[in-house]
Design a protein around this ligand. Structure first.
Ligand code: NAI
Length: 327
């Protein structure tokens, strides 16, 4: 039998955690023959709730679940981590200033990045889900100088999956036949969902969809989907976010299918004018456990404008973080 892979999940007692942990333990994230050791990190007040979730995980009797360990100590939680899902974050509460939100999250993702640097396994892969995901991923990466920057990703997969869901609803094309969608930029309302290269059952999406529907319905519906879910459900997206995290890590570890790509928030090497190091949604292919950015696309004026808008928003947020002395 293979030896267990250590997976650390922060914010394990939260809503996403509850939807995520059972799918990890079932084998959906790493594959059907990979045992997992789950390390759950929570703040002290939520450790008891995490213990309840651990009881349920054990009661589900997953054959692949080696063990569940609960920590409120960041260094212990990341000891030997091969995969780290950084889900726990400080949510924006009513009347909270952006600077306070960024400061609170810098206070979480800086120390977690350092703990990953000092304690995680050499092959650690980190996916940041907690918002603001792209900025938090940048902070964690900057706090882990010994870990290659390309091991810190921000989750853009939910946005990518939402874009596919809208295309399926509009055209009836099965998800399995929707290819080469991309959501450029940040997991925020600035994001740029793009079907310029997409095919629907082999046909170019741009031939099947009118420009008016794309600009006035598709783009805002995908970008504002999070708010629509809150409005309908009375709580933010949790199971779909967990599912996107599973998809992201599955592809990162196991590779993307030949001829297709997905969207991942990965560190730029300067592609498409995105400043080096910025963690940004790009079209990406995964091979041998590493992402490659698809870097040779012809970019329309609209896409270029969308990329620029996202660079500006990301840099502005990072400037605010620097002003707070976090970076
Ligand atoms: P939640 O509030 O239900 O759970 C968050 C959990 O994190 C809580 O149990 C809390 O105790 C824990 N936590 C807070 N600080 C922590 C720390 N320093 N260390 C460990 N745990 C800590 O929130 P939910 O719904 O699970 O969402 C989690 C995050 O994911 C939020 O920031 C949310 O905005 C974000 N999100 C991101 C998406 C994306 O596409 N990138 C999609 C949906 C949500």
């Amino acid at each position: 039998a293979k030896s267990p892979v250590t997976v650390t999940v922060t914010g394990a007692a939260g809503n996403i955690g509850y939807a995520l942990l059972f799918r990890i333990a079932s084998g959906a994230m790493l594959g059907p023959d990979v045992p997992v050791r789950l390390n759950l990190l929570e703040i002290p007040q939520a450790v008891k709730a995490a213990e309840g979730t651990a009881m349920e995980l054990n009661d589900a009797a997953f054959p692949l679940l080696d063990s569940v360990n609960i920590y409120d100590d960041v260094n212990q939680a990341f000891e030997g981590s091969n995969v780290a899902l950084l889900v726990g974050a400080r949510p924006r509460t009513k009347g909270m200033e952006r600077a306070d939100l960024l400061a609170a999250n810098g206070g979480i993702f800086g120390p977690q990045g350092r703990a990953i640097n000092d304690h995680a396994a050499d092959d650690v892969k980190v996916l940041v889900v907690g918002n603001p995901a792209n900025t938090n991923a940048f902070i964690a990466a900057a706090s882990a100088p010994d870990v290659p920057a390309d091991r810190f990703n921000a989750m853009m997969r939910l946005d990518h999956n939402r874009a596919m869901s809208q295309l399926k609803e509009k055209t009836g094309t099965p998800i399995s036949e929707i290819e080469k969608v991309v959501v450029w930029g940040n997991h925020s309302a600035d994001q740029h969902p793009d079907v310029s290269y997409a095919t629907l059952a082999g046909r170019p999406a741009l031939e099947m969809l009118d420009a008016e529907w794309l600009s006035s319905y598709f783009v805002p519906t995908v970008a504002k989907r999070g708010a629509a879910i809150i409005e309908a459900r009375g709580a933010s997206s949790a199971a779909s976010a967990a599912s996107a995290a599973i998809d992201h890590v599955y592809d990162w570890v196991n590779g993307t299918p030949d001829g297709s790509w997905t969207t991942a928030g990965v560190a730029s090497h300067g592609e498409y004018g995105v400043p080096e190091g910025l963690i940004f949604g790009f079209p990406t292919i995964s091979r041998g456990g590493a992402w490659e950015i698809v870097s040779d696309l012809d970019i329309s004026d609209a896409t270029r404008a969308g990329i620029k808008r996202n660079i500006a928003a990301a840099q502005e947020e990072l400037d605010a973080v620097r002003d707070l002395g976090i970076l």
